[in-house]
Design a binder for this molecule. Structure first.
Ligand code: 5GP
Length: 186
């Protein structure tokens, strides 16, 4: 079982990459994060996120139940429950963590064997176009995400591997290949 961190700016396509891997490779599973933000249309509690109150989230932190957590885009709290690692180990699956840069840094520090992968957009302009085209954020939220994106892109060099999401399937296949290579110890 490998712990795989997928980081990269909002809008780069991490969610689509994860979805493609889960649909095509049964040896992978997604770590379900906890968050204090409201569910979006179509999001299912326990599947996309565990949607919790700030009070519950703070209790989880205080009880040491979070592998990592961060306040993302200066607003809501997001974190990876430690029991996702136990769940993946029990199922003998590779665990994909789709998390932000602050969280990725915490995982890298706590779990030196984690495979750290950063997904780059083809260009900043393309990132902005993708963010706008998904139509889920207000203009203010888009501007916040673009500001965070600049900070995240500047930290790409901290990761074990950097990929560019020019083509969703090609990029997702590269992620799977990196994990399988690491598993083989090559
Ligand atoms: P969204 O609200 O669009 O689902 O996610 C916003 C950001 O939160 C994304 O960049 C995503 O990677 C990050 N995120 C989601 N879950 C976690 C988590 O468990 N920990 C951290 N640190 N970031 C997360």
């Amino acid at each position: 079982m490998s712990l795989v961190v997928l980081a990269g700016p909002a809008g780069v396509g991490k969610g689509s990459i994860v979805k493609w891997i889960l649909e095509n490779f049964p040896d992978f599973m997604l770590s379900v994060s906890s968050t204090t933000r409201e569910p979006r249309a179509g999001e299912v509690d326990g599947v996309h996120y565990n949607f919790v109150s700030t009070a519950v989230f703070e209790t989880l932190i205080a009880e040491g139940q979070m592998l990592e957590w961060a306040q993302v885009h200066g607003k809501h709290l997001y974190g990876t429950p430690l029991n996702e690692l136990t769940r993946a180990a029990a199922l003998d699956k590779h665990l994909l963590l789709e998390i932000d840069l602050q969280g990725a840094r915490q995982v890298s520090e706590k779990i030196p064997g984690a495979l750290m992968i950063f997904i780059n957009p083809p260009s900043f302009q393309e990132l902005e176009r993708r963010l706008r085209s998904r139509g889920t954020e207000t203009e203010e939220q888009i501007q916040t995400r673009l500001t965070t994106a600049r900070t995240e892109l500047a930290a790409a060099g901290e990761f074990d591997h950097q990929l560019t999401n020019l083509d969703l399937e090609a990029c997702a296949r590269q992620v799977v290949e990196l994990v399988h290579e690491a598993e083989r110890g090559s």
